[in-house]
Each structure stands twice: as C-alpha cells, then as structure tokens.
Design a protein around this ligand. Structure first.
Ligand code: PLP
Length: 372
C-alpha cells in the first residue's frame, strides 16, 4: 500500500470546481496585485484568527521578516527563539541584521521552554519569537509575561499552527504579531508561496501595509524603506475559498491523531518499544505533523520507505549547529533537548483524507519493524 506523507491532490479534487472558478475569476479580472481578493482574504484570516487586522504577505518567511522590520529590529539587536524549527525562523532574524539567541525546547511539546528564556535576556534583546511547532501553540502565558516585564515584542511564528488554540486563544492572536505561511504543505496552503501577518494593533497594521509595498504611502512617496512583500491576488483567492474548509480538515487531522494513538497504545508499542506519542497540553493541536519519538529512527525510516509509507524528519539538524550559523559560536551539546529531538523523531502521514486502513497499515508496519 502506497501512502504519501501528504496527499494534496485528494484535497484539491474535493473542492476543485470552487477553486478553479476562483482562480479563473482573478485571471478574467487581470487584477493580480492587491485589490479586493487580497482584502477579502485578509478579512477572512483576521476573523478566523480572532484578530483585528491581517496583512497578506508573499510568504511565511517574509511575514517573519516584515514583522521584525515593523519593530525596527536590526543590527545590534537580539531576538530569542528556538533552535528546533524550520530554518526561516532564525534565518529571518539574521536577515534583518539581528542576532538569533537560542533557547532549548520542552521535550514533550518541542516548543520553546519558557523557564530558560529569562537568563538569555540582555540589554540588546528586542523580541521573543516562539514557534508553534507541528500545530501546537507554545506555552504563551509565561512567554508573554517575560516579554511584558522586559518590554519585548512577541512575534509568533505560527506558520504551522493556523487555528491552533492556547487557553481559548487562537495562534497568532496572543503576541504582538502572528506570522503564517500558506506554503502548500501547511494546513491552509495556497497554489505556490504566500503568507500573512495578523495583529490587533492598528498602527502596526498600517505600517505593515506600507512596508509590503516598498514603504510607500501614498504610492510613489516613501516614508519608509520596505520591500515587495505582497501576497498575489490568485493566492489570496485560493485561501479565501479554502479557509471555509479549514476547521473540517483540522478536525479530521485530530481524529486521525486519536486513531493513531489508539492503535499505537493497543499494539503495546508505546510501552514495549518504547515510543512516545505527541503530547497535547492545554491547547487545540491542529497536527500539521504527527511526530513520534522512536528508537532506531533511521533504520525505521529505511524500513517504512521500503513499505512505501511517506515519512520525514522535521528537522534533522538543529539551527544552532547549522554551518551558516557557526559565527554565533554555539556547539553541539548546547541544546540537548533539541539535539535529541532531531535524532529521535519521525513524522508519519496525518493528512485529513487519510483512511483508517492506511493508518492500520502504518501501525502494522511499525509492529513488523519492532518485532511486536
Ligand atoms: C513553513 C514555515 C516557515 C516559512 O514559511 P514559507 O511560507 O515557506 O516561507 C517559517 N517557520 C515555520 C515554523 C514554518 O513551518
């Protein structure tokens, strides 16, 4: 049985007509830059995230960069973040000229460990950038309270967590900025690159809109130096269609996660192997990825690939030991939980259209591999 890690075609086929019509409507209008499609998308996303404003951006990476630019964060500044995330988190900090300062993760949630933030704060610290990895919101109460105490900005890297909740609050609405990606493999993906920043602050929303169009207001007058960080109208139209289905898809992912949990527990593997299933703390986890911590990880991956089961390592090398960040002076051993997670975890298929026999095949393949 061939089971891909993600099956985007199944999702597309389920709402093909509506998506095709939306894209064709934009093509017919020949209005490809900003305008009503981007505005509708912003309204829909702000409403979904329970924030006052949203600003459509060219990608999730650019969403992080523009949030940093909006706070005038650059050379001589430090931003605290996790080393166990997709590269763009720390990459965006370095690209505005600031220094990423890493803090290790909580091994249960893979998110920033709040109790280790305080000791990393210096006079140069300007912001904290927590990541809501795999679809679960980081422990935001202590993060926001440390930020308030030191007057730091909180920029949520919510790229993997649209619709996730923390104590009833939606991802992206808790800090000063929430940054999202519409990369096709996220829970809400477009037909290329795209992203959005949400905020509850009107001045920040206005500045973001200027910055995404070369810092201009009005057109051809530039109070600020911005860039071309616009979300395409076609991508905005795709998102406006898809967002109506997002909760249904996220619920299906949660149901799949529950079914996996049942299968893994009933198989005895959790205790006997042992393997660790994802831990959902107080949040609404939207399972962008279903991550298991396993022994003999690399051999297991080879075995699953032979069984044509899609799986992946997110992420094999933490950011503090990446070649491009050598200048930061970190070494192997500095963040043991991140390093351990990078060596022990595996992502297995969790997409909404996945069917029970497919999940059973995945779990049975694990059983064969571990001889259970
Ligand atoms: C996907 C992702 C990004 C970057 O988004 P792009 O749209 O690919 O630029 C940033 N941070 C995290 C945690 C992500 O998963």
């Amino acid at each position: 049985m061939h089971i891909p890690l993600l099956d985007l075609k199944a999702q597309y086929d389920s709402i093909k007509q509506e998506l095709d019509q939306a894209v064709h409507r934009v093509i017919e209008s020949q209005k490809f830059i900003l305008g009503p499609d981007v505005e509708s998308c912003e309204t829909a996303v702000a409403q979904y995230c329970k924030t006052r404003f949203a600003c459509g951006i060219s990608s999730g990476t650019d969403a992080l960069i523009i949030a940093l630019m909006c706070e005038n964060i650059g050379t001589g500044h430090e931003v605290i973040t996790s080393p166990y995330t997709f590269f763009a988190t720390a990459g965006s900090i370095a690209r505005v000229g600031a220094t990423p300062v890493f803090v290790d993760i909580d091994p249960d949630t893979y998110n920033l460990a709040p109790d280790q933030i305080q000791k990393k704060i210096t006079a140069k610290t300007k912001a904290i950038m927590p990541v809501h990895l795999y679809g679960q919101v980081a422990d935001m109460d202590p993060i926001v309270s440390i930020a308030k105490k030191h007057q730091l900005t909180v920029i949520e890297d919510a790229c993997q967590a649209i619709g996730a909740e923390y104590k009833g609050k939606r991802a992206g609405s808790i800090g000063d900025y929430g940054c999202f990606s519409f990369f096709p493999s996220k829970n809400l993906g477009c037909f290329g690159d795209g992203g959005i920043v949400v905020t509850n602050d009107e001045d920040r929303a206005k500045k973001l809109k200027m910055l995404r169009a070369h810092g201009s207001s009005p057109k051809y007058y530039h109070p600020l130096i911005g860039g071309n960080f616009r979300l395409d109208s076609i991508q905005a139209a795709v998102i406006t269609v898809k967002i109506k289905y997002l909760d249904g898809w996220s619920n299906k992912r949660q149901e799949n996660a529950q079914y996996y949990e049942r299968l893994f527990i009933e198989s005895g593997m959790v205790k006997k192997v042992p393997l660790s299933l994802p831990e959902t703390k107080t949040n609404r986890h939207i399972f962008n990825q279903f991550i298991i911590r396993v022994p003999k990880r690399d051999e297991l991956i080879t075995f699953l690939k032979e069984k044509t089961i899609g799986c992946e390592i997110y992420y094999p090398l933490p950011l503090h030991v990446q070649e491009c960040f050598r200048y930061l002076g970190y070494r192997e051993g500095d963040f043991p939980e991140s390093e351990k997670a990078a060596k022990e975890t595996i992502a297995i298929p969790i997409y909404p259209e996945l069917e029970k026999p497919q999940m059973e095949y995945v779990v049975n393949s694990f059983k064969t591999f571990y001889g259970i």
